[in-house]
Design a binder for this molecule. Structure first.
Ligand code: ADP
Length: 647
């Protein structure tokens, strides 16, 4: 068996018997006391594994020895021996904490069995006590982990819940100090321009100290952490020199990382107490530093975005152009003050509403109603009630929606009007002298015979005067149409007037061996129009087709009756128009660059006339052309019924 046993008995015989015959032969180490008092003192001093005590002793009884041990906080299993066993004594013994109870005289085996039981019981009790202690340690360990986790979660939550950096960093420092049990904590950020560290948040530091704190990062411990990117733990074992320089007993510094860059340091320290920090606490600090870095980075990104947004906002507010942005569902996302003023929009709460509810102007609504890449439909002139005119341009913004930018072109329109008036006046005044020149040129050969050279000069003069007269009459027509003088309109058959126009040009086509193909119904539903102008429009387009098609080509003229529109097209197999020229060919005096003036003479006014006439009839005209292959002009005119229904 083995173990240390203390025998307490005032009777020598019993003591000897126990020592010599029962305990020593079984290898127990035996201590002997002769009375209760001595026994208690020996038990307290030697801490035996087991005590075998007589109950009935002078001075201190066996039960009183056990009670004395209890009182001293010692739990040593004890077997009580008694001469006369009684139930009351047995009860008293158990209550006092005696492990076993044995009545004298006893057999050796009986005593040995009791010893074995008592030792086993004691062993079990020790085991249970150890387990309970371990459980308690584990429990308190768990509680403190839980507290750490809660603190970390709450810091994490603060990052998502607060945009205010001070609040978040304050929470980080608070948690750092409380989780590590430190006396004070600080968060230093690196100013990359000056290389200095400033204190962005602190716990238990003087406010004034925090505000004025500046540290050169090169020669500090924090700077070392920034450079190495590694945490730093300073404890009692660290060189005294560092501790005295920093006036601390222990310290943890961990780096704040954002995108592989170290932007600052989170630190805690103890100045007064000697309490050391653990690696576990350092790990907690690393987790907190990660949170702090995310918060600092978030705040930086947020303030960058905010700065950009406010810059853009200022630009949009102060620009003189009107800007309207709608999303893909045509809901208003943005409208700047210029655009608001233009359409008289006062309400503050217009964003998010369908743009059609907010802006009633037909041109803008029409512009926003279209999508696709048709260049011509992306621009509109927007006349306002106050007399101003805006040029509105629609742009598709991928993933966002559409933007309309409007420029005030009132002054340009006014200039255009003055120019047109001037041109009309000059043209008008030129007409009479030109007629006179032509008259006298015609009369020249009646005044006497001309030699060949004179006759050739006269022919050239006549040709030039005729060209100028044609130009002037085009200019006057344009002026008249633009001024809206051609208001007389009647129901007209488009196929009929196209046929007249073709008839007038057949001989020119024949000169160039150009085939004219006609494809149109005998009659179609009428349009409301001015017969002279519409015929002029058709003639100009067919004339151009013949002019810009090389000898032997084909010009196809077609009229189609389609639901509420009449569609007139002229297609040729000519030189075509380059994409770069296409947006401008309807402008006055514009001539495309692919044809030389000397090859095909012209004024650049024909298509402006066509456009003015078509628009004057509420129609649309556009061109479709491929350089070197041919051109198609399309004119769409609304039918008469339609025109009436609208009025
Ligand atoms: P022009 O008097 O020069 O013909 P227009 O206004 O009728 O003036 O036409 C403007 C320009 O458009 C022309 O100079 C020419 O470059 C181009 N153009 C017009 N019609 C055609 C066509 N059918 N084929 C090729 N180019 C054309």
């Amino acid at each position: 068996m083995g173990g240390k046993i203390l025998v307490i008995d005032d009777g020598r015989e019993v003591r000897d018997f126990l020592v010599k015959y029962v305990l020593a032969p079984r290898g127990f180490e035996v201590l002997v006391a002769e009375d209760g008092e001595q026994g208690l003192a020996m038990a307290l001093a030697a801490s035996p594994d087991l005590i075998i005590a007589d109950h009935n002793m002078p001075g201190r009884s066996g039960i009183e020895v056990v009670a004395g041990l209890r009182a001293a906080g010692r739990d040593i299993p004890t077997i009580l021996m008694t001469a006369q066993g009684s139930e009351a004594l047995a009860k008293e013994a158990v209550e006092a904490g005696v492990s076993a109870y044995i009545v004298k005289p006893f057999e050796t085996d009986e005593m040995l069995a009791a010893i074995g039981r008592a030792l086993r019981d004691a062993q079990r009790r020790r085991e249970v006590t150890r387990l309970a202690a371990e459980l308690q340690t584990a429990n308190s360990e768990l509680t403190s982990r839980l507290r750490e986790l809660e603190a970390l979660t709450s810091v994490g939550h603060a990052i998502t819940a607060h945009l205010d950096l001070d609040t978040v960093l304050g929470k980080v420092i608070e948690s750092a100090v409380s989780l590590t049990g430190a006396e004070e904590g600080s968060l230093l950020l690196l100013d990359e321009k000056t290389g200095e560290l400033t204190m962005r948040a602190a716990k238990n530091f003087d406010d004034e100290f925090v505000r004025t704190f500046r540290l050169r990062s090169q020669d500090s411990l924090a700077g070392q952490v920034i450079r190495s990117g590694q945490p730093f733990l300073l404890d009692e074992s660290a060189p005294q020199k560092i501790k005295t320089t920093y006036l601390v007993h222990s310290l943890i510094y961990v780096p704040l990382r954002a995108h592989a860059r170290v932007i600052g340091v989170l630190g805690v320290d103890n100045r007064r107490t000697r309490r050391a920090f653990s690696i576990h606490e350092q790990r907690l600090m690393v987790a907190l530093a990660d949170y702090a870095a995310v918060a600092v980075e978030n705040a930086r990104l947020y303030s960058n975005t905010e700065a950009e947004r406010s810059k853009l906002d200022t630009i949009l507010r102060q620009t003189e152009d009107g800007v309207i942005v709608v999303d893909q569902e045509k809901r208003l996302m943005l409208i700047n003050p210029t655009a608001r003023a233009a359409f008289g929009i006062n309400g503050a709460d217009v964003t998010g509403r369908p743009v059609s509810e907010i802006i009633q102007h037909p041109e803008v609504r029409d512009l926003l109603a279209r999508s696709g890449d048709d260049l011509k439909t992306r621009r509109r002139e927007v006349p306002l009630e106050d007399g101003r005119v805006f040029n509105a341009h629609l742009t598709e913004i991928g993933g966002v929606g559409q933007a309309v930018v409007m420029q005030d072109i009132t002054h340009l329109k006014e200039l255009d009007r003055i120019k047109s008036e001037f041109v009309t006046a000059v043209s008008h005044d030129l007409r009479s002298p030109l007629t006179a020149i032509l008259g006298y040129v015609e009369l020249l050969n009646r005044a006497g015979p001309l030699n060949d050279q004179q006759a050739e000069f006269v022919r050239r003069v006549r040709f030039s005067v005729q060209a100028i007269t044609a130009l002037i009459s085009d200019l006057l027509d344009l002026g008249r149409i633009e001024a809206g003088f051609d208001t007389q309109k009647e129901p007209l058959q488009v196929p009929l007037l196209v046929r007249y126009a073709v008839d007038g040009l057949v001989s020119r086509a024949e000169q160039k061996r150009i085939k004219i193909k006609l494809d149109m119904p005998q009659s179609a539903e009428p349009v409301l129009g001015n017969p002279v102008r519409l015929r002029q429009m058709a003639a100009n387009l067919i004339d151009n087709a013949i002019k810009y098609t090389p000898d032997g080509g084909t010009v196809s003229v077609a009229v189609r009756d389609e639901s509420d529109q009449i569609i007139f097209t002229v297609t040729d197999t000519g030189v075509g128009i380059a994409p770069a020229d296409q947006p401008y060919i309807f402008d006055k005096f514009y001539r495309a660059r692919n044809v030389k003036d000397s090859d095909v003479p012209g004024t650049g006014l024909g298509l402006s006339l066509v456009k003015s006439i078509v628009e004057n009839h509420s129609g649309r005209v556009w061109v479709d052309s491929k350089l070197g292959y041919g051109t198609t002009f399309v004119v769409v005119l609304p039918k008469h019924q339609e025109a009436q229904a609208e009025n």
